[in-house]
Design a protein around this ligand. Sequence first.
Ligand SMILES: Cc1cc2nc3c(=O)[nH]c(=O)nc-3n(C[C@H](O)[C@H](O)[C@H](O)COP(=O)(O)OP(=O)(O)OC[C@H]3O[C@@H](n4cnc5c(N)ncnc54)[C@H](O)[C@@H]3O)c2cc1C
Length: 469
Amino acid sequence: MVTTFEDLVGRLGAAAVAIGAAVPPRYRSDAFRAHRGSRISDEGPSPAAVVWPRSAEDVAAVARFAKTASLSIVPWGGGTGLMGGARPGLHSLVIDLRRMRRVRRIDAISRTATAEAGIVLEDLDRRLRKRRLSLGHDPWSRPRATLGGAIGTNGIGYAGYLRGTMGDQVLGLEVVLADGTIVRTRPAARSTTGLDLKRLFIGTEGTMGIVTAATLRVFPVPEREEIHAFRLRDFPAGLRCISRMYDAGLVPSAMDFEEAFPAPALPWGSDAGPPTLYLGFAGGREIVAASWRVARRYLRAVRARALPDREARDYWRTRHDIIYAHDQVSPGVTRADVFLKDVIFDYVHVALPRSKILAYRRAALAVLRRHDVRPIGFGIWTQPELVSLEVIRPVGADRSAAKLAVAEAIDEMIRRAQALGGSMEYVHGVGVKLSHLMGEELGAGLDVARRVKDALDPDRVLNPGKTGL
Ligand SMILES: Cc1cc2nc3c(=O)[nH]c(=O)nc-3n(C[C@H](O)[C@H](O)[C@H](O)COP(=O)(O)OP(=O)(O)OC[C@H]3O[C@@H](n4cnc5c(N)ncnc54)[C@H](O)[C@@H]3O)c2cc1C
């Protein structure tokens, strides 16, 4: 029984435990950094300790210890979460799962793979590619984010429409509960056996359990993948065209449609102007060729202009590069912290009924004007219902006023999306950044979520304060 830090060191080994001043500064915050619009402090306190377990049994021992020591547990994957879901408190014990990174089994015939939660998504994809298979989840953050973090946030990647969210690809989970119980759900293709237990742990940001391994649906490497870029006349014409393609049954492997606004404060260049569409199809050669034949018909109908192939190639080749901005350049300081020190830079990712997207665009731009915050881009990603909006405001003389203005604009845009029948976030989760809006998001459902939490974690050990819990 582990009841003291000495016992913990005895169980995990000295190299797997950091206590007090030995905790590296990077654990004070994930990728929810000082440049974001927020009323919350720029980073959290240093946690009481960090541990690096190697097995589900280690994690179970840590969970039991945390309860005895009155510490809360914060599961940590790649620390790339954008909402502060992995941000610790003063009395937190961070469980960094990245030493649990084994691929336990690849079943190439069944197209399934079982891997530990701390494996980096790109490493898992590389392992799969050696067997002519691929991971269906391909977020911008693939070179740094882990399987457990992607399940914890139920993220979505470039192939989100073709493959679904991370959670849609999970067949079964191994999870450690707050009391140290290890639960393994059956990784079957389908089951109608009452409550789908694994869903309790998908997208709940470690508040219900700590995922230690998962069995995933994986996919054959496509025979062909073709991506092209187009310039559309304006956003409404593009949205209409894309909607028609989806209605016709096309299933893009990539779709990214965005208009760019003039943003002089942006520390990198941006070409304001009519929107660009990056569109891709993957699969057998004939399927890809037929998809392009149909897609081009719809694109011609709105006089879309094909851009040079180089544009699409560069877009695809560099699609993960932005995540390296979140690497540390000195202890606790990332490249993004340095790069974005003079601006508040933030984004909104809402899911809306298609019929409301143009009304939302008008309303959101008006909200931004009122708060003196500039739009950078407005777009849809992977499917027509998933809307993103990036914004910026120079810090100026009063940094906290700028942060507050962006936070208020974002809250207002989120509430507008909720009022239009949408969801306030479709990709990055809730963390601490959006926790205050969960009552409006879930209504009476928030109380249901709290009762589930009470049943599974009565002492509130697991990641308190996240997702409104
Ligand atoms: C530049 C950039 C681009 C991004 N692009 C995308 C994108 O395209 N798509 C996308 O979905 N996301 C994106 N993200 C957000 C982020 O990468 C994802 O949320 C990712 O899934 C987080 O994985 P992680 O391993 O870094 O998790 P962390 O940040 O470490 O944790 C995320 C949350 O999950 C919890 N958690 C971590 N591990 C576990 C576990 N084993 N069990 C239970 N809970 C756990 C944490 O406590 C936290 O609440 C981006 C982030 C950045 C910085």
